[in-house]
Design a protein around this ligand. Structure first.
Ligand code: NG1
Ligand code: MG
Length: 460
């Protein structure tokens, strides 16, 4: 894999040049000196494979055109000066040697600090040798939409800080590093978002496998277009414990399944670990989960007994800070979703490679199935998202929530010649009477997208 992603400015397309020029001017107006380079990191849409990356399973995202741009001037001191084109996001500054990322309110600049901290901890330079920067960010990915604006900010800051300090990393290294450092914000995410942000290439979706991180180009069948539609129910998963609660339920399901099968629960953290120990297929794992885990939620007491530990050991050794107070865990439903969804990812890949004349219909069905599973087994949907999928049902090939869920966007598979009529259908039947859609530019929340390119640095 190639080193730090530096792209010659002459290869830029028209609209990106304009955006970079505007940001450069805005930077100069704000700071009184020009930036030296711009880091660009795209958002992503996950086509299939939801809430399984942190269980060790492969996912299927592609980068979108919407992006985070960060204009930067390296400094000679150790000051970090962060500002945002959007006045709603307040300026922030600190010293490299003494900043702290608390797990309280997930302010925008904390995602930048995560990226910086990740590099500081994995640098060939000592902390004293590292220099600060002045940066101005322009975010063009709708926040709280499941399009991974958070990871794009983490990756942009990491890339910018590394470049400003003359540090060169492989893209995989940066992706792994950013996946780890985004957890400083308090969410126990997998590595999908940072991986696709770094490794995406124009024109192809990627099947991404973890441990070690690998990305495989996968051509979508001809005529496949993905339309993204925001339900306009907004979420910030870092501001609630819903996301981490699911991660913990999967972790506990893995340990309980391990115990039942005579494997030491301490040796597993992810459902994939149990599968590999048992050497079973994904459908076999789904059957085992259905057979050995009960439908009623497990109480903390029951899980502790099964894992032969006290409740307080469970809270302190296994659960995250913000899930220690959770008392019930739905292990069967979450494990079933994970094994079945992980299987759908491989089916999706096989259909893409099959050249079948019914490939588009088959992919669409997998997407509908994925949505139902997210809604019913994983309970990570939202009534507005469910409604959006239902309104789409007979007007596209397949549709599902994308990203963490609990609001945010749907992705729909639409044949190339049906894109306009599908978008018109949603405007008329979903957005027209939705109060949250009033005064919104619908082009920003409802658009067709093609696989875009990954993170890059443009030296000015
Ligand atoms: P978003 O959509 O950014 O909240 C999250 C996780 C992913 C993955 C998806 C669900 C982070 C940074 N991202 O994404 O790793 O688990 O949810 O598939 O935590
Ligand atoms: Mg995110």
């Amino acid at each position: 894999m190639d080193a730090s992603p530096i792209v010659p400015v002459e290869t830029l397309e028209g609209s990106l040049v304009e955006k970079i020029n505007l940001l450069t001017k805005d930077f100069e107006k704000n700071y009184g000196f020009p930036p030296e380079f711009v880091a660009r990191v795209p958002g992503r849409v996950n086509l299939i494979g939801e809430h399984i990356d942190y269980c060790g399973y492969a996912v299927f995202p592609m980068a979108i055109d919407q992006e985070i741009l960060m204009a930067v001037k390296p400094r000679q001191d150790q000051h970090l000066e962060l500002s945002n084109v959007n006045p709603a996001y307040k300026d922030y500054s600190c010293e490299l040697m003494n900043f702290d990322i608390d797990k309280g309110v997930p302010h925008w600049f904390k995602y930048c600090l995560c990226g910086v901290k990740g590099i500081m901890e994995n640098s060939s330079k000592t902390k004293n040798e590292l220099k600060g920067l002045s940066a101005r960010m322009h975010g063009l990915i709708p926040p709280g939409a499941g399009l991974s604006s958070s990871s794009a900010v983490v990756c942009a800051a990491a890339l910018a800080f590394a470049h400003a300090n003359g540090l060169v990393y492989k893209k995989q290294e940066l992706a792994d590093n950013c996946a780890r450092s985004e957890r400083y914000i308090g969410t126990e995410g997998g590595g999908m978002d940072q991986a696709i942000a770094m490794l995406a290439t124009q024109g192809t979706a990627k099947l991404i496998e973890f441990n070690p991180l690998r990305a495989h180009d996968t051509k979508l069948p001809p005529g496949a277009v993905f339309v993204i539609a925001h339900s306009l129910a907004e979420v910030n998963k870092a501001a609630s414990s819903l996301f981490n609660c699911r991660v913990m339920e999967c972790r506990l399901a893995a340990k309980v399944l391990a115990r039942i099968h005579g494997i030491n629960p301490d040796s597993v953290t992810r459902l994939a670990d149990v599968q590999f120990s048992l050497n079973k297929t994904l459908p076999e794992m789904a059957s085992l989960a259905g057979l050995y885990l009960h439908d009623d939620p497990y109480s903390k007491e029951e899980v502790s007994k099964l894992l032969e530990m006290t409740e307080s050991q469970l809270e302190n050794k296994i659960l995250s800070e913000n899930t220690r107070d959770v008392n019930f865990f739905k292990l069967r439903q979450r494990a079933l979703h994970v094994f079945q969804e992980a299987h759908r990812v491989w089916q999706f890949r096989d259909i893409c490679n099959s050249g079948s004349v019914t490939a588009l219909q088959e992919l669409g069905q997998l997407m509908f199935d994925s949505h139902s599973s997210c809604r019913d087994l994983y309970e990570c949907s939202h009534p507005q998202l469910d409604n959006l999928v239902e309104v789409s049902r007979n007007h596209c090939l397949g549709a599902r929530l994308t990203g963490a869920g609990w609001g945010g966007c749907m992705v729909a598979l639409v044949p190339e010649n049906g894109v306009k009529s599908f978008i018109d259908h949603l405007k008329e039947n979903y957005y027209k009477n939705l109060p949250a859609a009033r005064d919104r530019d619908l082009n920003e929340v409802l658009f067709a997208t093609q696989p875009g390119s990954g993170a890059a640095i443009f030296n000015l």
